[in-house]
Structure formats: structure tokens, C-alpha cells
Ligand binder design. Structure first.
Ligand code: GDP
Ligand code: MG
Length: 392
């Protein structure tokens, strides 16, 4: 080894990096021990700490020099390095995936005596981003469900879970507009979740398809662009629109618009952690005497964030949840906890930026299947679809 390393240093210089060494033992006639050989693969181009940087310590490592014949001396070129690096990267990625899968499986297997089909169900639930605890709870509930006894088909089992989820969540149905009775609906929530876009979708549907008299109010005076955004929609859909900057103005404006069938109130995005702004919003909502306050949540947010946000906005009067950006979410299991724990029913779902098309009334049956990505011929629910009509 010592000799081989000296050869490497001579040939590739002191900065060469040893990539690989191995001892090769030839056998004579296939049985008798032959000469010991070492194979050293080194490069002066690959960027790993050089073993020759500290001469003394490198030599200390070689305690017992043996008769050695270097059988391989490899010098890599930059093109080779890129190739090697790509190979290493792809091997690392597949290793990572393998480890993750193993971790999942070992977690599943630590769940007592689940038969194979229930392990599979468990990992299917994890795949749609349902948390481990919740997935375990759902699997246990399926196991103790008399109607699931003997079921082994993965789709049928998922279908049973869909039934459980469907029972756990509530839907409010569409906004019920009665001509001549002004209904005021506010959309609240964090910034950038799609409040204004959803207002435009709702306004366009109620105005253009349902022929209701609709008006818009915005209290989002923090950004000029926000007012312009809503005004553009109001102009296109041909709706009256008012900007309100104080709670007092709110009351007057609502009174002035009370001849309409529906007033949609757009609000500025509020961080659930910003207590002052949240209280300010509460004052506006109080003056508006909103009939419905839809908390708009992005389905790409983390589960815990969704729960905390819902808790904060429920305290200031949110009455339902409107989930946006379903098209951007890789799995919807993260929304399940907030649907179960907030106590708020789901009103609408949105799945894109197109006004007025990408919105639908939520119903528990479809939402449960969307969460589970049940898209089988038997279930026949491959696409984003809702059972209910848009209007009340
Ligand atoms: N992909 C996707 N984008 C959406 C959806 N809803 C709204 N957006 C986009 O999200 C961004 C913020 O929307 P906006 O209505 O201004 O959010 P606001 O700050 O809550 O009023 C805009 O680019 C919208 O087009 C949706 O359902 N899916
Ligand atoms: Mg907005």
C-alpha cells in the first residue's frame, strides 16, 4: 500500500485524492495463496480532501508495508467527473427513496398485527399526505368496521376510509341568495391565499349565471394593487364596487348597497399572528354584520398552520372554510385535521386561477375522495368534481 501511494503521489502530484483502495489476493492454481496486491484508484481532479495533504499522517496510516504491485492507476478527466457525479447523485436519490420507504414500512410493521392489506392501506394514506397518527387511526377504524371485514381489495378499503372521512367532515353548501334579501358574505384569511380571486369567481357566477344583483366591497386598502385587482373584476363583470377604509364607513356603505341580493366583502390578508390587525378585521366584520364569513385557506399550507389559522379566525367570527389551490397540492391529506378539528363546514373549493370557472361547491362525499385520490373505474371520480350546484 505504501509503495502504491508513493506511485500515486509521483504520478498525480501531492494533491491527488485516493478514491478507492482494495487488497487483491491472487491464488495459484486457484488454491494456493499467491502474492498480495493492492489496487489504488486515485484522481488529481476529483474534489475530495487529499490524503496527501498531511504527509506525516498519511504515512502513519501505512503501518506494515507489504510487497505491493499497483494494478490499477486511474486518472479521471472533467467529463468523467461530471458523469461520476451524476451517477453518485442518482444512486444517492434512489438510496434516499429506499430508506424512506423502509422507514415507512417499518413504522407500518410496528403496528401490531395488521395484515398485509392494512399495511398497504396505511402506506396509501401516508402517500396522500395524511399524517402517520391519523392514518393509523383510520386503519384501526376500518379494521373494527364490520362492513370492512374480509375486504382485501385496496380500492374497496380506501373506499371504506373515504366513508369514514366523509362522516368526519361537514359541508355548508353554497351561499344561499334570496332575491330581495341582501346577504353579506365576507372572505377573510392570510395573505395570498386567493381571497380576491375567489370573490371574483363567486361574483361572476352569481351575477352572470344566476343573474343576481351583486356588489363588491373591499377593505384591502393596504395595497393599491389590491384595490385595482378587485376594481378590474368589478368592471369586467359590471358590478358596483366600494372601497371602505374605516369601520364606520363600512356600516354606511353596506346600508347604501342593501338593495342588492348579495354583497361580497374582500378583506386584506391577515397573519393569524398579527393580533392588532386581526382585531381591526373583527371591527370591520362587526360593522358589516356579515351573514357568512368564509375563511380562505390554501390547501398547500402545512397541516399545523391550517389548524392554527382556523383557530385564530374562528375566534373573530369565521363561519366556514373555503379551500383554494387544490391544483397545486401534491396531496390533500394535510387539510384533513383542520376539516375535522375546526368545527367549520367547507363551503367552496378552488382549483385554478381561471375566473369564473375554477370553483365548485364542496360536498363531503367528493372531498373525501379527492383527499384519498380515489380515481378508479369503480369510484368514477377521477377529476375535481362536486355534486352540488353552485347556487343555493
Ligand atoms: N393555482 C391556483 N392559484 C390560485 C387559486 N386561487 C388563487 N390563485 C392565485 O393566487 C394568487 C393570489 O391570489 P389573490 O386572490 O390575490 O389572493 P389574496 O391575497 O388572498 O386576495 C393569484 O396569483 C391567484 O391567481 C387556485 O385555486 N389555484
Ligand atoms: Mg386580495
Amino acid at each position: 500500500m505504501h509503495e502504491a501511494l508513493v506511485l500515486v503521489r509521483e504520478e498525480l502530484g501531492p494533491d491527488a485524492a485516493v478514491l478507492h483502495t482494495r487488497e487483491v489476493r491472487n491464488r495459484w492454481l486457484g488454491v494456493l495463496p499467491g502474492r498480495r496486491q493492492v489496487e489504488v484508484t486515485a484522481s488529481c481532479g476529483v474534489n475530495v480532501p487529499s490524503r496527501f495533504a498531511k504527509r506525516a499522517s498519511a504515512e502513519q496510516v501505512v503501518e506494515r508495508p507489504v510487497e505491493a504491485t499497483p494494478v490499477s492507476r486511474t486518472q479521471t478527466r472533467p467529463a468523467d467527473e461530471a458523469k461520476v457525479s451524476r451517477q453518485v447523485q442518482s444512486q444517492l436519490s434512489s438510496l434516499q427513496a429506499m430508506v424512506q420507504d423502509l422507514c415507512r414500512r417499518s413504522k407500518a410493521e410496528s403496528n401490531g398485527d395488521w395484515p398485509e392489506e392494512l399495511f398497504r392501506l396505511f402506506t396509501d394514506l401516508l402517500d396522500v399526505e395524511i399524517s402517520e397518527d391519523l392514518a393509523r387511526e383510520l386503519v384501526e377504524r376500518v379494521r373494527s368496521d364490520p362492513r370492512a371485514v374480509g375486504l382485501t381489495d385496496p380500492v374497496m378499503l380506501k373506499s371504506r376510509v373515504a366513508g369514514l372521512i366523509e362522516n368526519d367532515i361537514r359541508a355548508s353548501g353554497p351561499i344561499r341568495v334570496t332575491p330581495g334579501r341582501c346577504r353579506l358574505v365576507a372572505l377573510v384569511g392570510p395573505t395570498g391565499v386567493g381571497k380576491t380571486t375567489s370573490i371574483a369567481k363567486l361574483a361572476a357566477n352569481f351575477r352572470l349565471k344566476e343573474k343576481r344583483r351583486v356588489g363588491l366591497i373591499t377593505v384591502d386598502t393596504y395595497r393599491i394593487a389590491a384595490i385595482e385587482q378587485l376594481r378590474t373584476y368589478a368592471d369586467i363583470i359590471d358590478l358596483p364596487m366600494h372601497v371602505v377604509s374605516t369601520p364606520r364607513e363600512m356600516r354606511e356603505t353596506v346600508e347604501r348597497m342593501s338593495h342588492l341580493d348579495l354583497i361580497l366583502l374582500d378583506t386584506a390578508g391577515r397573519s393569524p399572528k398579527d393580533e392588532v390587525r386581526i382585531q381591526e378585521l373583527r371591527a370591520f366584520l362587526g360593522e358589516a354584520a356579515a351573514d357568512e364569513v368564509h375563511l380562505v385557506l390554501s390547501s398547500v399550507a402545512a397541516s399545523r398552520t391550517l389548524e392554527q389559522t382556523a383557530e385564530r379566525f374562528t375566534a373573530i367570527g369565521a363561519t366556514s372554510l373555503l379551500l383554494t389551490k387544490l391544483d397545486e397540492a401534491s396531496g390533500l391529506g394535510n387539510v384533513l385535521p383542520v376539516l375535522r378539528s375546526s368545527g367549520l363546514p367547507l363551503s367552496y373549493l378552488t382549483d385554478g386561477q381561471n375566473v369564473p370557472d375554477d370553483i365548485a361547491v364542496a360536498d363531503a362525499h367528493s372531498v373525501a375522495r379527492l383527499i384519498l385520490q380515489l380515481d378508479t373505474a369503480r369510484e368514477q371520480r377521477t377529476t375535481f368534481s362536486c355534486q352540488q350546484p353552485m347556487y343555493g
